[in-house]
Ligand binder design. Structure first.
Ligand SMILES: NC(=O)c1ccc[n+]([C@@H]2O[C@H](COP(=O)([O-])OP(=O)(O)OC[C@H]3O[C@@H](n4cnc5c(N)ncnc54)[C@H](O)[C@@H]3O)[C@@H](O)[C@H]2O)c1
Length: 250
């Protein structure tokens, strides 16, 4: 496909699952825009070195100013924004805690990044998509479907992402904008591999619970993303696609 003037913005894509998404989108022929707190330009350079089209911008998904300056820079390029992947979130760095120990500050921080971030992203990006339509993919998790202990703030935030998808799908359908969710199972992303507590707690029980009994890697998610961003899913909106090796059945 030659989609090179079609931009898909992927938040939190300097590493981990987000980077795997950006790489795949570039392979599919899109211009992958990486938006992350740090490392965005280096990640984009890695995609360009492999022959893809990519730009990197530093910023926080929770900052209006950061969104505005990135979108202003993109608007002077010869590109069309056709998609958004709301991937950035606090997860891998979170400490596991019984719910009684989670304080207000930690709760609010997780909600700010994991729920306000995707919401603000959609507010900022959809005005650029309304003319020709587009696709939004929100990254949730299987944790709100199953209930997982030790991180109530995270589980609630990802439940909100599922609800955000459904609510926005209804509102944006008439503008030709589809909104869907991918719910990954426990995935050995870069961030997770840095957190031995998460690896020790979830890796083996995750594998045992799956129908397909192996570790889940970021590469296992990219086909679902490619499908939900692309034209083959053109009549699908408001849906949740679970990608977890067959642990949770919808
Ligand atoms: N790894 C898993 O097991 C797993 C399972 C289910 C869902 N998910 C979801 O997948 C997504 C990616 O997870 P990952 O494991 O690759 O995480 P990761 O920690 O490896 O990467 C997350 C990226 O998001 C960026 N980020 C964090 N806050 C940001 C902000 N305010 N603005 C911009 N960027 C920000 C980080 O800098 C980092 O590059 C997250 O939404 C996560 O909740 C992960």
């Amino acid at each position: 496909m030659d989609n090179t003037n079609d931009v898909i913005i992927v938040t939190g894509a300097a590493r981990g699952i987000g980077f795997a998404f950006a790489e795949r989108l570039a392979q599919d022929g899109y211009t992958a825009v990486i938006f992350d707190l740090a490392g965005a330009e280096d990640a984009a350079a890695r995609i360009r070195a492999a022959g893809g089209k990519s730009y990197g911008y530093s910023g926080s998904v929770t900052s209006e100013q950061d969104w505005d300056s990135m979108l202003a820079e993109l608007s002077v390029k010869n590109v069309k924004i056709r998609g958004l992947v709301n991937n950035a979130a606090l997860f891998a760095s979170l400490e596991m805690q019984p719910f009684m120990d989670v304080d207000r500050e930690t709760w609010m921080k997780v909600m700010e990044v994991n729920t306000y971030g995707p919401f603000l992203a959609v507010q900022k990006v959809t005005p650029f998509m309304k003319e020709e339509g587009g696709a939004i993919v929100n990254i949730s998790s299987t944790s709100p479907l199953k209930g997982v202990t030790g991180m109530p703030h995270y589980v609630v935030s990802k439940g909100a992402v599922l609800a955000l998808t459904k609510s926005l799908a209804r509102e944006l359908g008439e503008h030709g904008i589809r909104v869907n969710t991918i719910a990954p199972g426990f995935t050995l992303s870069d961030g997770i591999m840095l957190n031995t507590e998460h690896v020790n707690k979830f890796r083996d029980i995750g594998k045992a619970a799956r129908s397909i009994k192996r570790d889940q890697q970021p590469a296992d998610l990219v086909g679902a993303l490619s499908f939900l961003i692309g034209p083959d899913s053109g009549f699908i909106t408001g849906q949740t696609l679970v990608v977890d090796g067959g642990a949770y059945f919808v």
